[in-house]
Design a protein around this ligand. Structure first.
Ligand code: CAP
Ligand code: MG
Length: 428
């Protein structure tokens, strides 16, 4: 090859190798740009091309990506989709990627191309991960096995709750809320995404006091309980917090994986393996990437990345039943569970506007190998947190026993009150 230009990154008869990473993008070309030209620019800029023709030859390894499939989506396919929106596939050679480095991969497949003038919008919709790239990552240390291994919850989802108001509670009050929830039947206390180490509730105090209440709740109920404490911070500080969590005898840490960044999550994953801790991934800020259907990075891809870098539990939405906009919870959960060259699966976490009345429809959609998380749906119970926790646990137990909420409510006044309060409606 004497030199490479954009045209060298498009070949509609190209057959990707098994070792290639294949990405599907949805693009809307800029005015005056045909789909083929836009597709070749995407492949070029995300591998080793640029706007100018480049010399090649000695000392150059051909690391070109190839746009090889173009499917027109047709006029009006999307809200602002223009008439020439298309789905394109691009194959990337394995050698383009540094093994085990998620930042480097994303600088290729979701880097400069997101801002190219050649496209009005571009969305990374899906990735097919080849074995070489996927297994260069550790994947989850435990995955969904935490449900049985930590909690012995064979036939039901595990339950988590986040104290509300989300920030502002004192350490003492936070730990008390944990005790009320744990003894009501919840398995996991969870921090909110913006609670880390603030003056009103310092990290280490919260860790120690919450675990003391956890121990008391375990004694009282005879059930294992645990705590998803939010270690999110700069990487070095986060590692110190992970060490503290292990030293105090907890099983998990929680990380805001998007705001923290994938490199830091990879580093935390290594430390968690040394210490035997599971990682609960909160996805705050994911919607900055995935909310607009035409642009950004899909939640499906963010979930794939989360699995590769090795989180054990990940928020994936509520299958349309909660308070937040969700993208394809069921499809994403299926991907998190399917075989990926022997890497562990990820336990999906359904959260955001859930309450007991939604449990049957939710579990019909997600299955029971999930974590159900409710904040307002527990602490907003008319009789308080403890009764709220009992109501959610009763709803989940009813599902495991193949009984209706109405029949279970006859023996669970807490559930009766929750149903009277919220019915089976999705909150807005
Ligand atoms: C849930 C939650 C979670 C969301 C995040 C909240 O509280 O704590 O942050 O679930 O969304 O603050 O909204 P509620 P997702 O139970 O009171 O709604 O799970 O979709 O990532
Ligand atoms: Mg929250």
């Amino acid at each position: 090859m004497a030199g490479i230009t954009y045209e060298d990154f498009l070949d509609l008869s190209f057959d990707p190798a098994d070792s290639d990473l294949v990405c599907t993008f949805r693009i809307v070309p800029a005015d005056g740009m045909d789909v083929e030209s836009a597709a070749s620019r995407v492949a070029s800029e995300s591998s080793n091309g640029t706007w100018a023709a480049l010399p090649t030859g000695e000392g150059f390894t051909d690391m070109r990506a190839m746009a090889f499939d173009i499917e027109a989506l047709g006029g009006g396919a999307d809200a602002d989709g223009g008439t020439d929106a298309a789905e394109i596939k691009v194959a990337y050679p394995e050698g383009l990627f540094e093994p085990g480095s998620m930042p480097q991969i994303l600088s290729c497949i979701a880097g400069n191309i997101m801002g190219m003038k050649a496209v009005d919008t571009i969305r990374l919709v899906d990735c097919e991960w080849p074995e070489g790239v996927a297994t260069s990552f550790a994947g989850p240390q435990f995955g969904s096995s935490v449900r049985q291994e930590v909690f012995g919850a064979d036939d039901r989802p595990i339950l988590a709750t986040v104290p509300k108001p989300k920030v502002g509670l004192s350490t003492e009050r936070h730990a008390e809320v944990g005790y009320e929830a744990w003894t009501g039947g919840v398995d996991l206390l969870k921090d909110d995404e913006n609670l880390t180490d603030q003056e009103f509730n310092p990290f280490h105090d919260r860790l120690v006091e919450s675990l003391a209440e956890r121990d008391a709740a375990e004694d009282e109920t005879g059930e294992p309980k645990s705590y998803l404490i939010n270690v999110t911070a700069g990487t070095n500080e986060m590692l110190e917090r992970v060490d503290q969590v292990a030293a105090e005898g907890c099983e998990y840490v929680m990380v805001d994986v998007i705001t923290t960044g994938w490199a830091a999550v990879q580093t935390v994953r290594e430390r968690c393996e040394e210490l035997g801790l599971a990682i609960h991934a909160h996805r705050a800020m994911h919607a900055a990437f995935d909310r607009l259907p035409q642009h950004g990075v899909s939640m499906r891809v963010l979930a794939q990345i989360s699995r590769l870098v090795g989180v054990d539990q990940l928020h994936t939405g509520t299958a349309g039943l909660g308070k937040l906009a969700n993208e394809d919870t069921v499809g994403i959960n299926a991907w998190l569970r399917e075989d990926l060259y022997g890497l562990n699966d990820v336990l999906p976490v359904a959260s955001g506007g859930l309450h007991p009345g939604l449990v049957p429809d939710l579990l019909d959609a997600t299955g029971t190998n999930v974590c159900v998380q409710a904040g307002g749906g527990i602490h907003g119970h008319p009789d308080g947190t403890h009764e709220g926790a009992k109501a959610l646990r009763a709803a989940v137990d009813a599902y495991a026993e193949d009984r209706s909420l109405a029949s279970k409510a006859e023996e669970s006044p807490a559930l009766r009150t929750a149903i009277d309060e919220w019915g089976t409606e999705t909150p807005r």
